[in-house]
Design a protein. Sequence first.
Length: 458
Amino acid sequence: MTSHRTRPAPLGANYWKLFTASTMTNLGDGLMSVAVVWLASSITRDPMLIALVGLASRLPWLIFSLPAGVITDRYDRRLLVGWMDALRVLIIGGFAVLVLLNQDGLPTPEQLAAGTAPAPDNGALLLGALTLVALLLGFAEVVRDNAAQTLMASVVDKPQLERANGRLWGAETAMNNFVGPPLGGVIVALALALPFFLNAGLLAVGAALIFALSGSFLPKGQSTSGKIQWRAEMGEGFGWLWRNHLLRTLAIVLGAMNMLSALSMIIMVLFVQEILGLYEGWQFGLVITGTAVGAVAGSMVADKISARLTPGTSLFASIICMGATMVVIGLTSSAPVVWVMGVVSGLFVVLWNVITVSLRQRIIPDHLLGRVNSVYRFFGWGTISIGTLLGGVLVSMGEPFLGREWALRMPFLVSGAATLLLLIVALPRLNTAKIEAAQAAAEIEQAPLTPTDSAHTD
């Protein structure tokens, strides 16, 4: 008897428009990820001031996530994503002009390495503008990213979510962490303003593709209309997540992991320069591509790993590996070791994301998806702003006692050890049985009523 493998259903034209738009915008973000921190480290060597730039970009997730969820559940999600990308084009394009006019006064990599970099003439202006731009982009991204994540549930069928999200995460991570950073490092050496100009152009292409999506992207089963009742509508999303024990635990654990990760990531540029001895922009970009290599690999096998290990075991493995890699990075002075640890971490970050994002898209009712997603991200991403600030504080307070080197290592060691301790919370609450039970309950709740069902309601 011959067995025939069933080919997966095509993901459709809308999916590939969304995929391409996301690829373009994440390539731009990858270019700018190096440009922003490199610009900040050229203006100042103070870890607290660099942390403040990072704080400005993350603070909107803490203060605006919940209102953004209400907006996402009120309006066409395609238009929200498109217009937020258009707004980002204007903000980044304007800042690129400012950098272009002032880039000649910034120190060279040789001056940074020798410790003889003069203070830029317009350093305060550039640092203030960079902080303001980070804040404005953060607000736009809160609305944009929340709406974009809800789009997927309207673009593909639920059985395709893991495959669709895996491909999307792979492309996003490849562009954001693998292609963008090293390319950005090379471009920074040519002109600091150039990555910002390129990012604005890529965002414009992405916005055009989003506007080209066909169909309606209003929330299905929308139950809110008329004047926005902010407190009541935010409360509805908050209450739904809080009553769902599985998603509540996932949100809290994610928030803790992201906060701990932010301790070290905000000072990564100083770690690479002063501990690894790499002062060229392309070298910094190359070191952090390890995460992207692992993420791309993870995007191709995440659904298979999850099926093989089960979702619960996969989540536990992700926590262990993300914590262990941070500890190793904090103890090494080898760039290749840091790169390999990035590969391992990137694979398990994507494994975590594919499982949890698909789970949310599957079990949250569509008319609440924006609000519940925003509450989830309030916990999961809002804490990044806290970790970003604490990372700068740890280095600044630790330096007088530990010295500059161990002060820069300490955030990685603290982050890794504390992440491993999260297993105490996760082990009894995030197992496969609870995940399957939550999905089964959601299928029952979201199933349309049959005539027999409706005859027995009262």
